[in-house]
Design a protein around this ligand. Structure first.
Ligand code: PHE
Length: 443
């Protein structure tokens, strides 16, 4: 049985899906806590630099490989460079899809639970107790993770056009409106000046801390869905003639705006209530409910808007994670999309259970971090940069300059030569330096 390969219904659909992949828990949950722990502006500056110098070339490279190969992340390398070890990047990508989605589904579940709470009256009393009690429970978080994974599986099951594209075309505009509305509201709460200072006033001492570099670069990879073949897989559903450069630029600018605006939702509210930005991974779940409660009825509404937004953002990213693995196994096992989606989705759900349990029910730690936190930093700060490094080296050093520019659809753009230099030298060198810095710091 030879299956016909699916394609996007429209270019706009592709852009919405790719933006849906990029905009996710990374922009809101992960960005705010990583920035809170990384000292605010120092983290922000290194993150923005990484997005520009590494994020843009890596995204265009993933797009180039995907559109050219018209196949999944592993097969793409086999097709373009048969018999070479470059396909390791694809293998790492499929592995990363399993690992990231396993814990991503847990947080997605928390977010669904919170949406539900605000729909039915809000969270009152001590929000830290509520959060710690909830995530430390054995069954309840797994139940919500199950629901979240069920929705993810449902969308991917319906296919590229009827599932991924259609849901993204609906969710992304709603999400954008909710976010802008919430930011405007949050800025009226009185913590705006302090939030601006925290986000935009550089604290030079933080630049000497090597861990800030690795977490800021990891954040750039994670938030842009780079280094694991998600963008590669999505662009493999493009017709070969479709434009790439402007799409990459558009997605990067919007994803960055989303992170900055969600910073403007979270930090002003946080400072207005005298709370601590370095709270860690539970930041949005522990800190924001205090604020929503203090605001009364409008707070319940704002809380619902916020967590629905977070859940939709998470869902549109989770489907891209699942799709990387599903696309691979559909071809590899020559099985139908429906079967593969259910099986792979169920395995990933099961893989996520230790992450969920590690939040209090059972003590599961690796290198002193909870299993979930370890998975998060291991995949984001190590696996994705490594995958990205292999992909840029592959394109920069095995393709001719003409091929790089042609497949990146940037040959007739004045920025073409600059892109080529960045992709060949600057991006791989920067990734390597930060990775080595991170290793040395860790040892
Ligand atoms: N970019 C997503 C986010 O910010 C996460 C993600 C990472 C999705 C890697 C796909 C691939 O939440």
């Amino acid at each position: 049985m030879v299956q016909k390969r699916e394609h996007w219904g429209s270019h706009w659909g592709f852009i919405m899906a790719a933006m849906g992949s990029a905009v996710g828990l990374g922009n809101i949950w992960r960005f705010s806590y990583a920035m809170g722990q990384g000292g605010g502006s120092a983290f922000l500056i290194i993150y923005l630099l990484s997005v520009l110098v590494i994020g843009f070339p890596v995204m265009l490279i993933e797009f180039s490989i995907g559109r050219r190969a018209q196949t999944d992340a592993v097969d793409a390398f086999k097709k373009i460079a048969p018999g070479t070890p470059w396909m390791a990047a694809g293998g790492l990508g499929v592995l990363a899809a399993f690992l990231i989605l396993s814990f991503y589904g847990v947080i997605g579940g928390w977010s669904l639970r919170y949406s539900f709470e605000y729909l039915t009256g809000g969270i009152t009393g001590d929000s830290t107790d509520f959060f710690v009690g909830f995530i430390g429970d054995t069954f309840s978080p797994i139940f919500w993770q199950f629901i979240f994974m069920g929705l993810t599986i449902g969308i991917v099951y319906l296919g590229v056009q009827k599932g991924i594209e259609l849901s993204s075309k609906w969710m992304m505009p709603i999400l954008s409106i909710l976010l802008v509305g919430l930011a405007a509201f949050s800025l009226t709460l009185g913590g705006a000046a302090e939030a601006f200072a925290f986000m935009f006033q550089p604290d030079w001492s933080a630049f000497t801390d090597p861990s800030v570099y690795i977490s800021a670069m990891g954040q750039a990879f994670f938030t842009l869905s780079l280094g694991m073949g998600a963008m590669l897989t999505y662009s493999s559903y493009l017709e070969p003639k479709e434009r790439l450069t402007s799409s990459a630029a558009f997605i990067i600018v919007l994803d960055t705006l989303f992170a900055l605006i969600s910073g403007l939702v979270i930090f002003p509210a946080l400072f207005a209530y005298g709370l601590d930005p370095a709270e860690g991974a539970g930041l949005v779940f522990m800190v924001l409910p205090n604020i929503f409660e203090a605001l009364g009825g409008i707070g319940t509404l704002a809380g619902f808007a916020f967590f629905i937004l977070l859940s939709m953002a998470a869902l549109s990213s989770a489907i891209s994670l699942l799709e990387v693995a599903v696309a691979y196994f559909i071809r590899k096992l020559n099985m139908s999309r429906k079967k593969v989606t259910v099986i792979v989705g169920a395995i990933i759900f099961l893989l996520g259970i230790p992450s969920s349990l590690s939040q209090g029910a059972v003590s599961i730690t690796i290198f002193g971090e909870s299993f979930l936190d370890f998975m998060d930093s291991f995949t984001g700060n190590l696996l994705l940069p490594l995958g990205g490094l292999i992909m840029v080296l592959f394109v920069g050093w095995t393709w001719t300059k003409k091929e790089v520019l042609h497949h990146g659809d940037i040959a007739h753009n004045p920025l073409g030569p600059l892109y080529f230099l960045t992709a060949k030298f600057v991006a791989p060198a920067a990734i390597l330096v930060v990775l080595i810095m991170g290793m040395l710091n860790w040892l």
